[in-house]
Design a protein around this ligand. Structure first.
Ligand code: GDP
Length: 298
């Protein structure tokens, strides 16, 4: 599958280390657990999440009186799956217009993900409009326009340096006038200036709130999987600045670690909604925990 292909590096890296550990260990002892911890931490799972997983595995090994290291494989898979499972908390609204705000630092893959998302909606016969509310960089506006042209959707844009909230306002008006199903808004990702970022996102949110009568349907935080624990820190910061509803984890194809998926789910309690597994227009996949774990371990 596409997901399996996208996880090739992680499968060869992190997952094969684990498989080797399970098949080469002669017994389940302290050394076995230490090695397991090292592998998980080395794969960006993070110290806290690693400790939690290993504790749970230890408990189950005791309870179920497991002696064979090979049998730990199944337990690990189940624990990983548990960690990645989120009850769907989709905002159940029958609004004709859905609005998604895309946030994240520059370079994380915002523009690319917006293009891919727009393409997906379009393939599902939805009418899509994009709003270029990252007005801080001229390149960001241009890039979004390039993606819009590629996918065949319009882009509402103003000049560089103009008010991002005004772009979103225009996007909302145009979306209504054109009977659009889905408006996706790009935003600037100046994390080094937290105050500005907060002001900007708040202002955009207020405009959406006023126009829709409620917050945006989705606020998706785009994170680069290859940045590992740094992505986790970014996620924490963004969550403080704006109510994030889900994560788009990009460039999973570019890492041999992939454990960041677990750290994000465990530490942030935020669902991963999509994963990026390549640069192409079709390389954005739904994140379904069962599929993901299957692709990872089989
Ligand atoms: P932005 O600054 O956040 O808008 O980032 P861009 O969308 O411009 O993406 C930055 C770079 O990451 C570009 O070269 C993209 O092609 C690349 N990219 C984005 N998503 C993925 C992905 O899932 N896999 C890979 N391999 N590259 C990606």
């Amino acid at each position: 599958s596409k997901i399996k292909e996208g996880l090739k590096k992680t499968r060869k890296g992190f997952v094969s280390q684990i498989t080797n550990l399970f098949s080469s260990s002669s017994s389940i002892d302290e050394e076995f657990f230490e090695e397991l911890e090292d592998i998980l931490i080395g794969a960006d799972v993070g110290v806290d999440t690693t400790m939690k997983i290993v504790e749970q595995i230890k408990e189950r090994i005791n309870e179920e009186k497991i002696k064979d290291p090979q049998d730990v494989d199944e337990i690990l898979k189940e624990e990983v799956l548990n960690m990645l499972h989120f009850d769907s908390d989709e905002r159940e609204v029958d609004d004709s217009l859905k609005v998604t705000l895309i946030v994240g630092v520059n370079g994380a893959g915002k523009t690319t993900s917006i293009g891919k998302l727009a393409n997906r909606y379009k393939q599902n016969d939805q009418k899509v409009l994009l709003a270029a509310a990252d007005t801080f960089r001229a390149a960001a506006i241009d890039q979004l326009k390039i993606w819009g042209d590629r996918v065949g959707v319009d882009v509402i844009r103003h000049q560089e340096g103009s008010d991002p909230a005004a772009v979103v306002y225009d996007g909302l008006q145009a979306a209504r006038a054109r009977k659009v199903d889905h408006l996706i808004c790009d935003t600037a990702g100046r994390l080094h200036n937290k105050k500005n970022l907060m002001d900007e996102l708040n202002k955009i949110s207020r405009v959406i709130d006023r126009e829709l009568g409620h917050p945006p349907h989705e606020v998706l935080l785009v994170l680069d999987a290859t940045t590992g624990q740094n992505a986790l820190n970014q996620a924490k910061l963004f969550s403080e600045v704006t109510p994030v509803s889900g994560i788009v984890l990009t460039k999973l194809d570019g890492t041999a670690k992939g454990g960041i998926v677990l750290a994000l789910a465990d530490e942030l309690k935020l669902p991963i909604k999509y994963i990026g597994v390549g640069e192409g227009i079709n390389d954005l996949q739904d994140f379904v925990s069962e599929q993901f774990v299957d692709a990872l371990f089989s």
